[in-house]
Ligand binder design. Structure first.
Ligand SMILES: [Zn+2]
Length: 257
């Protein structure tokens, strides 16, 4: 979930007033937590996300500040954030950016690692790119929130395979019509995940096309809609997505957000 709202002043006032018991500030980063955590463990987890983005898509953070704020529970998180971010009542974590500073807020829960991986993906993407399509932004965050070893056993992989067997395919044009993250339902998130997972996993050719699209944006160009970008190359990606998901090995239906 991404919010483009001014948080710069908010974060500084809250930084001083909140009761953080852990504060860790390595170069270019800050982590403040209201409950016991091991910052090195959290940064290592998030570094693995950054590494995957760089190795697979040549997406790199800029080194600009990333600030992680961890609240003790949902009540505290909502109390501190809801005035500025009413949507936080429905989200377990949020990402916002103002100028150079990226801020990630979350609270203690069993899905904290997943939530942080998701929002950190947004932070790196928005450092690397001036803009990107919503489906790509959320699709990458949804994919990278899971460790690579557990992706194929997620419930959405199983659900997408089942739908593909009934004829479903990735519909880039439909995904491109999504108006805003706030309007996305679970199906939209799953379909965004499926589009990205397919492009990243089906073939070097498909992943290369996505990397090329992202590189174009990074280079200051507007490559237009991905559906038109890919159509130019006549790759029949939507059609190929059905065949791909029909045959993916789903090891088990596990928990997935
Ligand atoms: Zn998101």
């Amino acid at each position: 979930m991404t919010f483009w709202i001014t948080v710069f002043l908010w974060t500084y006032s809250r930084l001083e007033s909140a009761e953080w018991i852990v504060s860790h500030q390595p170069e270019g980063r800050e982590l403040h937590s209201a409950f016991p955590v091991k910052p090195e463990v959290i940064w290592a987890e998030l570094d693995s996300v950054a590494t995957e983005l760089q190795e697979t898509l040549q997406v790199k953070g800029t080194g600009q500040p990333i600030r992680v704020l961890l609240f003790v529970d949902e009540q505290s998180y909502v109390e501190q954030l809801s005035e500025e971010f009413p949507q936080c009542r429905h989200r377990k974590a949020i990402f916002a950016r103002k100028g150079e500073v990226s801020v990630i807020c979350a609270y203690q829960s069993r899905t904290l690692s997943t939530d942080l991986r998701h929002e950190f993906t947004h932070a790196i993407l928005h450092q690397h790119l001036a803009f990107l399509p919503l489906w790509l932004d959320e699709g990458l965050a949804e994919m990278l929130e899971e460790k690579s070893s557990s992706r194929v056993s997620s419930s959405r992989a199983a659900a997408t395979r089942w739908k593909a067997r009934l004829g479903w395919r990735v519909n880039f044009k439909s995904l491109e019509s999504l108006p805003a993250a706030e309007a996305m339902n679970d199906g939209d998130y799953r379909d965004s995940w499926a589009a990205v997972y397919f492009l990243m996993s089906e073939s070097a050719e498909a992943r290369g096309l996505l990397a090329e699209y992202i590189s174009s944006i990074h280079g200051g160009k507007d490559p237009g809609r991905f559906s038109e970008f890919s159509d130019v190359r006549s790759m029949e990606l939507s059609k190929r997505s059905t065949a791909y998901f029909r045959r993916i090995p789903v090891r088990a239906v596990g928990a997935s957000r």
